[in-house]
Design a protein around this ligand. Sequence first.
Ligand SMILES: *Cc1c(COP(=O)(O)O)cnc(C)c1O
Length: 400
Amino acid sequence: MKTSYKLPNKEGYYGKFGGAYIPEMLHPNVEELQSRYLEIMQEPSFKKEFEEMLRDYVGRPSPLYYAKRLSAHYQTDIYLKREDLNHTGAHKINNTIGQILLAERLGKKRIIAETGAGQHGVATATVCALKGLECIVYMGEKDIERQAPNVARMHMLGAKVVAATSGSKTLKDATNEAIRDWINHPTDTHYIIGSVVGPHPYPDMVARFQSVISEETRKQLLAKTGSELPTKVIACVGGGSNAAGMFYHFLDEASVDIIAVEAAGMGLNSGLSAATTALGKPGVLHGSRSIVMQTDDGQVVEPHSISAGLDYPGIGPLHAHLFASGRGIFLSATDEEAVRAAFFVARNEGIIIALESAHAFAALDQLTLSKQDRVVICLSGRGDKDMATYMKQMTMTNQL
Ligand SMILES: *Cc1c(COP(=O)(O)O)cnc(C)c1O
């Protein structure tokens, strides 16, 4: 039997990538998750509650929208999977709903999370408020200053936001703080990781929660076109959770091109970039073996992207395997290309998209598309949070 791209092996490896590289002190927490996550996720009562929450609280299924003017411009058929219409404005809530239901069944009373721009922190604070659980979000001191509106949202939702003051005072440091907290609370705390990264079973668990995106897309495409399969699916990749969800049920369909778009920042060779597959090498980051941006002696390189959600020096092990095996096509878009794409979508479709998602749209200019193509783009989130950046752009280019 051909092996599936979707699933890691028992130790959590996708090809050469994955596994669980963790300190001894974390073994009880991680082993409990490894031994229980599949059994819990397959319980009928879990499935029922997950589906109900996605429908009645998140607002799923999210629409699959035929983008008429975009399609006319690119002379092909383009559909947008509207994760921007979810409660809290992005795909991240699919995962936090799944993990809070899991934490409940594991008997955990205390939830911790890391956040960069604050999107995952808000999605976690939201589900903790929903379930009445204590919520502590670790966030780099620098990000707390830069992302004040999301910090205020977390506070309003009742979460405690703790500043990570070491290193560059950003996402990587917040992740280290969260791991330290988890080590100190081995029995009562669940750590909700926000992407398909971290030690096994997180990459597989998060991909399964997000796979609702491609599960719905297949049905919606069938209803609209008579075929379940697109010819291309496109998603942006930070850690890779919206991409994992968008790709999941197409990974083993050889006729579907899988296209991942990373953030090139100021340009691949500028020293200010977050295009992990273009610039990184195999290495271990935050508990799994993947591709990591690093110096020759293995120090993690500070990434840069205009979009905080893509500003990460690694990618999930599933994506590292898609890249290394050639199953996935990995492209990148610069800050400038992403901003241009966001304005184009706003003015042609009336949708203000997140800066992260804009990278996926920017890739349309790099592809050869034909009338026979059916392209699905994951519109991972809405752009309200990025208005300050977009306004600055309009001022600079005299469009205000
Ligand atoms: C966080 C975020 C991303 C990047 O995270 P992934 O795990 O790569 O999906 C992309 N888009 C939006 C809107 C986000 O909030």
